[in-house]
Write a protein that binds this ligand. Structure first.
Ligand SMILES: [Zn+2]
Ligand SMILES: [Zn+2]
Length: 222
């Protein structure tokens, strides 16, 4: 066993969710073989689209240039996302970031950020899972991480229709640190995307603050 692997398993003695091998919550072999890769589609209309680029028609209504998605919200991915929220946050978020790393061409971005958590959620959980994944992805891609958005109010989206979600998220984020945003190609990280309304609203605020382009990346899409 190479020395790096020995060190990792000493620091984080987790068993792989798929093959139970000791080391990471999702080992490199299972990342490559057990995860069903999602075919890239336009996040908004679900039509097939190279790299998950927003299609020309949807682009007229969205500030998001595209969304990179690793997998479907199912099976082991669902389990991994659950672990990020409820127990092995660090180990699970680094496994999640390892799934996202191959999707991200670091030369296409200047800055990584995340969808800010609702303050109530943050108080309850103590951390923002999207931020943990984003910081781990920043390390593996060697891109800088910065908090570029703030949330202004709490929103509960469970059970809402697409139209209701779109309406609810309007105005819930504000961009800060305009000196970093201006002219930057920004990548927003989220754990799971449903309609994409939340990341699209983030993209809108970043674009309004002068971002050159805004993409998102997520572990899974519902
Ligand atoms: Zn495994
Ligand atoms: Zn579309």
């Amino acid at each position: 066993m190479p020395i790096t692997e020995t060190l990792i398993s000493t620091l984080a003695p987790f068993d792989c969710l798929v093959c139970q091998q000791e080391g990471e919550l999702l080992c490199a072999d299972c990342r490559a073989s057990a995860i069903i890769t999602k075919r890239p589609t336009c996040y908004r209309c679900n039509k097939l689209s190279a790299y998950g680029k927003t299609c020309a028609n949807c682009r007229r209504h969205s500030a998001l240039a595209g969304v990179l998605v690793a997998s479907h919200y199912d099976g082991v991915i669902k389990e991994l996302v659950h672990h990020i929220k409820y127990d092995y946050a660090r180990a699970a978020s680094s496994s999640a970031a390892a799934l996202l790393t191959p999707l991200v061409d670091a030369s296409q971005f200047d800055l990584i950020t995340c969808v800010p958590a609702a303050p109530a959620r943050l108080r309850q959980r103590g951390f923002n899972q999207a931020k943990l994944i984003a910081q781990s992805l920043a390390q593996s891609t060697r891109l800088p991480y910065a908090d570029l958005l703030l949330r202004t109010k709490n929103v509960h989206q469970v059970g809402l229709t697409r139209a209701e979600r779109l309406e609810q998220v309007q105005g819930i984020f504000v961009a800060h640190r305009p000196e970093l945003i201006k002219g930057a190609r920004v990548l927003i990280v989220d754990d799971v995307i449903t309609t994409g309304a939340t990341v699209a609203e983030c993209a809108k605020m970043l674009q309004a603050a002068g971002a050159k382009s805004v993409w998102a990346v997520a572990v899974a899409k519902h």
